[in-house]
Ligand binder design. Structure first.
Ligand SMILES: NC(=O)c1ccc[n+]([C@@H]2O[C@H](COP(=O)([O-])OP(=O)(O)OC[C@H]3O[C@@H](n4cnc5c(N)ncnc54)[C@H](OP(=O)(O)O)[C@@H]3O)[C@@H](O)[C@H]2O)c1
Length: 192
């Protein structure tokens, strides 16, 4: 797949791995749109990289996803990067149900819904990709982060099935076992 002249939408592109990827794609002459909930964080990235497009949205809100799909029909690369990682102990009876739901929703349900809503327009592109940022903990769970690990395992499984479903179409599905230091050092050409 070509690594320039794409329209790349990165969820959670205002910090960490998402921002590192955004920088790589910008350097390669792609249009890059980053998504996050904090406008302050988005604006500070925009100040540093004026060519970047910013969009305030919460990927756990289905209406926000629909707005993104409607507003950016030219996207041909969707990067499901936004994620949260919480430590929790099931021996603790005051474990917060809402936090558990928020983690599953951010790390698994949102990438599934973003895929669902973007795939119809991705299928119309000559070349397209869905890149899901997973984690090594999706293979070998971290005992102190059971919800995170299970959500990443689900995302990996979803990616594999989706890759096969979309075989023969223009949409390629990638699943990246990410480490922050790794992403900072890889060139975009080895992602696509
Ligand atoms: N860091 C690591 O070592 C590591 C290792 C393996 C895998 N990963 C995975 O890599 C991905 C990125 O991790 P990171 O450590 O780079 O993250 P990070 O620095 O904490 O950044 C998370 C990004 O996601 C955004 N975000 C969070 N919830 C959101 C929501 N509901 N809607 C929209 N945006 C949201 C945040 O912006 P706002 O807060 O403004 O919304 C921020 O831009 C995650 O999927 C993570 O699980 C990370």
């Amino acid at each position: 797949m070509k690594i320039n002249q794409n329209v790349v939408l990165i969820t959670g592109g205002s910090s960490g791995i998402g921002l590192a990827l955004a920088r790589h794609f910008l350097e390669k002459e792609n249009k890059v749109i980053i998504i996050g909930r904090s406008m302050d964080k988005l604006l500070s990235v925009k100040k540093q990289y004026p060519r970047i497009h910013i969009e305030k949205a919460d990927i756990t809100v289905e209406e926000d996803i629909k707005v993104l799909v409607h507003k950016y029909p030219d996207v041909n690369i969707l990067i499901n990067n936004a994620g949260i990682h919480m430590e929790c102990d099931f021996k603790n009876s005051s474990l917060d149900t809402q936090s558990i739901k928020q983690e599953i929703s951010t790390d698994f349900i949102a990438p599934v819904l973003l895929s669902k809503y973007f795939i119809p327009s991705l299928l119309l592109k000559k070349e397209a990709a869905i890149i899901n940022i997973s984690s090594y903990f999706g293979i070998s769970p971290k005992q102190s982060a059971p919800i995170y690990s299970a959500s990443k395992a689900a995302l990996r499984s979803f990616s594999k099935a989706l890759r096969v479903q979309l075989e023969g179409t223009s949409v390629k599905v990638f699943d990246i076992l990410s480490f922050r230091s790794f992403i900072h050092s890889i060139p975009v050409s080895s992602v696509l």
